[in-house]
Ligand binder design. Sequence first.
Ligand code: CUA
Length: 312
Amino acid sequence: MGATTSTLTPIAASTFAGDFDNLYIFLVAVSALASLIVIGGMTYFLVKYRRKSANDKTAYIDHNHTLEFIWSFIPFVIFMVIFAWGAFVYYKQRVIPENPYVEIHVKAWQWQWEFQYPNGKTSNDLVAPVNRPVKLIMTSTDVIHSLFVPAFRMKQDVVPGMFTQAWFEANQTGEFQIFCTEFCGTKHSEMLAKVKIITEDEFKSWMWNDSNKGKPLAALGQELFNSKGCTACHSVDGSAKIGPSLQGLIGKERTFTDGSKRVADENYIRDSVLTPQKQIVNGFATVQMTSFQGLLNEDDIKAIAEFIKTLK
Ligand code: CUA
């Protein structure tokens, strides 16, 4: 498997783990070198300029422009390198690939994780294929949790009332630990799960085997969309009704009556369903949608979001 282990860093099993480790090792090295220069220099001067007799006087020391410039400029360069490098690593981790191999919904609650796949299958462990980008869409049904996979150098808060996202691409098969890393109550430390990275073929057969397979999220969403009366106001084929059509909504920029704009994503769908009066699409102010707060649970909302995503 070519697992890289060292005493400084945990096993590195994702495409961006190595970048993280290099930056971390650079930070440790720079800090060690700086400590050595400061403490070493101090010790040297302590000995060299120690008071030798009772009437030994401290010399009058004037300033030195060159020296002062150097000891300011060198740290400045080092800090700018750390900034640029850190931004690069952060950007690589935070920008989610546009076409991930699979999108997995993560639900967290006190004190458990649940991973749900597009075909409706659920699992208490995160099963994913190796060498493929995997996107996580996460929410909590109670308090703030945080999904942490040390082997992937991936950590993201899981927050009630919104979707947060993360992604990874595992570069080796195996089992890796998931921790909750936001203190969430009595059994916070027991809120554990495993990531199981398998080959793409194994993943396909695992996903489509029958255990724990529910209804595909998009199909469930379509049922809700029809049964909850959404169709009265929203078309799915681009035609105008009382409300805006939902065809091709995802990724599109919406303009609202107050002039503000927003690119439609899962969180926009959630907000539109739960607090529809907050942002009204320009030209649709006459009849206002009522909130579905309390009428749809987290699973319903993610299913509806998945259904709307299919309306290309
Ligand atoms: Cu969930 Cu700590």
